[in-house]
Write a protein that binds this ligand. Structure first.
Ligand code: BV8
Length: 247
């Protein structure tokens, strides 16, 4: 990664009043949480259709809960990384900073970010499949040893992970808030996403069409790279601190 590209991104951030960031699973990779599509990724061992869909849950809620319980235990042992902490500091450093994440792991919040739009929900929340009431587990507390059967609401109905599965709509309020921030921002940082899952994958183009400078931070080329104005090739926990130092 060349200093010139870091300087170009840092220069744009210095001039900007409104900044947004869109993060994906690569943001948490250096915290030890496998990404979805990378080598050793979550989807490698499993097929999304088998686990992250309402049909999979209807077919066998125990299998789906086992996967989410396994991920919760992994996340409970993980710590936010330096990249998460930089984005948390950016929230107070800039007049307007909006963090939009596809991640459900809650690590941005544990790093100190407060204004977060969690597009795909949060793995630490469950919701009643009948009442739709949300049940928040003690985020960050190692989950209690789990019974093998899927958890149930006080009303007796199954609880489900409070995340957005494939084929499910995102919360329209979240989409509207994210879209508004993308249309207003002068710089959009796109960190650690393969840009393959919609509608989030389309968000950088909304910002670009509204005139934002799109900065991609990723270890690899992605579906977005050709459309990004600045590409900072490297790991989030290395590039984001370098970008902060250059400000
Ligand atoms: C929707 C929550 C309207 C659950 C997730 C057919 C039928 C139905 C829908 C569709 C269809 N065809 C297309 C669709 C739309 C579908 C979609 O986009 N499918 C894709 C696969 C083509 N989208 C949906 O279904 C969405 N809803 O469209 O509703 C609708 C309704 C009905 C019918 C039609 C339309 C809902 C999508 C949300 C799904 N839920 N997660 C859970 O987590 O268990 S998605 C899941 O993927 C995660 O949230 C994840 O964050 C997200 C995106 O993946 P990434 O974050 O980008 O992660 P990935 O591993 O892919 O990439 C990691 C990147 O990091 C890589 O680029 C890597 O290079 C980089 N990296 C690695 N290490 C580092 C790094 N970068 C920096 N530093 C590092 N150290």
């Amino acid at each position: 990664m060349h200093d010139a590209t870091i300087e170009r991104a840092a220069g744009a951030l210095r001039e900007a009043d409104r900044i947004a960031a869109l993060t994906g699973a690569g943001m948490s990779a250096e915290s030890g949480i496998p990404t979805f599509r990378g080598a050793g990724g979550l989807w490698r061992q499993f097929r999304p259709e088998e686990l992250a869909t309402p049909e999979a849950f209807a077919r066998d809620p125990s299998v789906v809960w086992d996967w989410y319980r396994w991920r919760r235990r992994l996340i409970a042992q993980a710590e936010p990384n330096d990249g998460h902490r930089v984005l948390a500091r950016f929230e107070t450093r800039f007049p307007e900073f909006t963090l939009v994440t596809q991640n459900v792991d809650g690590l941005h919040r544990r790093a100190g970010s407060a204004a977060i739009i969690e597009l795909h929900g949060n793995i630490w929340r469950a919701r009643c499949t009948v009442e739709r009431r949300r049940v928040v587990d003690q985020a960050g507390d190692p989950p209690a040893p789990e019974a093998s059967d899927p958890p149930r609401c006080a009303c007796g109905a199954l609880l489900r992970p409070d995340v957005v599965w494939f084929g499910e709509m995102l919360d329209p309020v979240d989409v509207a808030r994210a879209t508004a921030a993308l249309r207003r921002c002068a710089v959009l940082l796109v960190v650690g996403t393969s840009a393959l899952v919609f509608p989030a994958a389309g968000f950088p183009l909304i910002a670009a069409e509204a005139g934002a400078l799109v900065v991609e931070i990723n270890t690899e080329e992605t579906a977005l790279t050709a459309r990004a104005d600045v590409v900072l090739r490297g790991p989030a926990a290395g590039v984001l601190p370098a970008l902060e130092r250059a400000l």
